[in-house]
Design a protein around this ligand. Structure first.
Ligand code: GLN
Length: 483
C-alpha cells in the first residue's frame, strides 16, 4: 500500500480495495513507528481521519478527483487554518494560522487528506534541515546523514513512505536538493506558476512551491492541482495550464539536451559524475542528442543569491516583532526591549545571519555596491539561460555536488553549506522550472539528475523525467527498514 502511486491508490479507493480511512490510518501508524526520522513537526491525526471520512463519502458519490482520499503532507511553511504553522522557527512555535494558503485550499478542495506538517529549515534557510527549531531530520537512506533542506521533512517523509506525496518550496534549491539527497522526484515550477499566497515568505522574488513525490507521474498529478493564477498573489501568472498527465508519454526522439561544462567541472564528486553520465546515456538510448554548452555567469550565482535572498528576507522577516503574532519575550521593559528580545530569542543563528547580511547589503552606503550589483548579475545569469535554451530544449546536470553529507558536518561552516546549492541557485535567479530525478546511487546514497527547461515548460520536464522512469527503477527503490 505504501509503495503505490497516486493513480494506483486512486484505483484501489474506487474499486473498494481499501477506504481512505483505512489508507490514512495505515499512514498515521507508520508515522508513529518512524518518529525517529523527525520528518513531521505536527501530525494532524483527527483532521486527517475527518478528511478521510469525507473523501470516502465523495468516492461513493462518484464526484471524486484523483487526489481524493490520498494521504499527503504539507511543508510547515504553508499556512493551514487552525493548525500550527511554525516555518521551523521558535518565532512561530505558537502560531495557529487563521487562514489557508491557496495551495492548501486547492488540495483540500481536491479532497486530499493532510496527515500533518513537515519539518524544514528555519524560515527555509538552510540546505540540511539542521537549522530547524525542531531539530534535524534524518535521511532514511543513512540515519546519520542529512536529508538536505530546506524541504528536508518533505523529502524524508516521501522516501520513508510516511506520506504519498508532499509539498515543498524552493528559493535556491530547497525542493530539488533534498529530493536528490533522499532519492525522490522534486519539481520547482517556473516562478509565478504556483501561488505564493499563504506560503510564508523568505525571498519573495525567488520563492516557489512545488510537488515532491516518488515519480514524475505523481508530480504531474500534484502540479495539476497546485498550478494556476491566483488573484491573491500579484506575481502569479495567468496562463493556461496544460494537462500534465496527458503529455507524459511523448517520445524523446530528437530531444536536444545541453550539458553546461561549468556543471561538470571541479567541485563535482567523481562518483556522482559517473552516475550522471550513466543517466545521460539512457537519454541517448531514448533518442536524445547531446550538445556541450557554456554558461559563463553560473559561477556568480552563489554570491549574487547570498545578497539578494538575505536582502529580501531582511524585509520579509521584519514583520516578526513580538507584537502581532508569534513569539514574545517575557516582561519587556519598553518597546525597544520588546522588539530586540523577541527577535533575539525567537530567531535562530542562521536566520539572524541572513537578516544581518541583508540589512547591510540594503543600507544606504552599500546598496549600489552589493544589491544593485547582484541584480545586474541576476540579469547576466538569465541571459545565459535564455541563450542556452534558444539552442537546446533542456539543460541537464547535477543537483548537488555530493551525496547526503553527515549531520553536523557542515553546519559550523556556512560557506561550505551554501555551496551545496551551487547547481540549483542560478535557476531560481532566472525564474526557470527544474526537476530533480532519482538517477542512481553513489556508495549506496541517492544521486539526483537535474533537468532545467524554459519558462512554463513543466509539461516537457515531466515528460522527460517520466520517460526515463519508464526505463529505470531508481525512483522505486526503498531505503532499508522502510520497505
Ligand atoms: N539553501 C538555500 C538557502 O539557504 C536555499 C533554500 C531554499 O531554497 N529555501 O537559502
Amino acid at each position: 500500500m505504501y509503495n503505490k502511486s497516486i493513480a494506483e491508490l486512486a484505483k484501489g479507493l474506487r474499486s473498494g480495495q481499501f477506504s481512505s480511512v483505512e489508507l490514512t490510518t495505515a499512514f498515521l501508524d507508520r508515522i508513529k513507528q518512524h518518529t525517529a526520522l523527525n520528518a513531521y513537526i505536527t501530525v494532524t491525526e483527527d483532521l486527517a481521519l475527518q478528511a478521510a471520512k469525507a473523501a470516502d463519502i465523495r468516492l461513493t458519490k462518484g464526484d471524486a478527483e484523483l487526489l481524493t482520499g490520498i494521504p499527503m503532507a504539507q511543508k510547515d511553511i504553508f499556512c493551514t487554518e487552525g493548525v500550527k504553522t511554525s516555518c521551523g522557527s521558535k518565532m512561530l512555535d505558537n502560531f495557529i494560522a487563521p487562514y489557508n494558503a491557496t495551495v492548501v485550499d486547492k488540495f483540500n478542495s481536491a479532497g486530499a487528506v493532510m496527515l500533518g506538517k513537515l519539518n524544514m529549515d528555519e524560515f527555509a534557510m538552510g540546505s540540511s534541515n539542521e537549522t530547524s527549531y525542531y531539530g534535524p531530520v534524518k535521511n532514511p537512506w543513512a540515519i546519520n546523514n542529512v536529508p538536505g533542506g530546506s524541504s528536508g521533512g518533505s523529502a524524508a517523509a516521501i522516501a520513508a513512505r510516511l506520506a504519498v506525496c508532499a509539498t515543498g518550496t524552493d528559493t535556491g534549491g530547497s525542493i530539488r536538493q533534498p529530493a536528490a539527497l533522499c532519492g525522490i522526484t522534486g519539481l520547482k515550477p517556473t516562478y509565478g506558476r504556483v501561488s505564493r499566497y499563504g506560503m510564508i515568505a523568505y525571498a519573495s522574488s525567488l520563492d516557489q512551491g512545488g510537488p515532491m513525490t516518488r515519480s514524475a507521474e505523481d508530480a504531474a498529478i500534484m502540479l495539476q492541482t497546485m498550478a494556476g493564477f491566483d488573484p491573491k498573489d500579484s506575481t502569479s501568472v495567468d496562463l493556461p495550464i496544460p494537462d500534465y498527465s496527458a503529455g507524459l508519454n511523448n517520445s524523446l526522439e530528437g530531444l536536444k539536451i545541453g550539458l553546461p561544462k561549468e556543471f561538470f567541472g571541479e567541485g563535482l564528486n567523481a562518483d556522482v559524475a559517473a552516475t550522471l553520465e550513466a543517466a545521460i546515456n539512457e537519454y541517448l538510448k531514448l533518442g536524445a542528442k547531446i550538445t556541450e554548452i557554456s554558461m559563463p555567469s553560473l559561477k556568480l550565482a552563489i554570491p549574487a543569491y547570498y545578497v539578494i535572498a538575505p536582502a529580501e528576507c531582511s524585509a520579509n522577516l521584519s514583520r516578526f516583532d513580538g507584537v502581532r503574532f508569534g513569539y514574545r519575550c517575557e516582561n519587556p521593559v519598553d518597546l525597544a526591549d520588546l522588539y530586540t528580545r523577541s527577535r533575539g530569542e525567537g530567531f535562530g543563528k542562521e536566520v539572524k545571519r541572513r537578516i544581518l547580511m541583508g540589512t547591510y547589503a540594503l543600507s544606504a552606503g552599500y546598496y549600489d555596491a552589493y544589491y544593485i550589483k547582484a541584480q545586474k548579475i541576476r540579469r547576466l545569469i538569465s541571459d545565459d539561460f535564455n541563450n542556452a535554451l534558444a539552442e537546446v530544449d533542456v539543460i541537464m546536470g547535477p543537483v548537488t555536488p555530493s551525496t547526503a553529507f553527515g549531520i553536523g558536518e557542515k553546519i559550523g561552516n556556512p560557506i561550505e553549506m551554501y555551496l551545496s546549492d551551487i547547481y540549483t541557485i542560478a535557476i531560481n535567479l532566472a525564474g526557470l522550472p527544474a526537476m530533480s530525478v532519482p538517477a542512481g546511487f553513489a556508495k549506496a546514497l541517492p544521486v539526483g539528475l537535474q533537468i532545467i527547461g524554459n519558462y512554463f515548460s513543466e509539461d516537457k520536464l515531466l515528460n522527460i523525467a517520466h520517460q526515463y522512469q519508464q526505463v529505470t527503477d531508481w525512483h522505486t527503490q526503498t531505503p532499508k527498514g522502510f520497505e
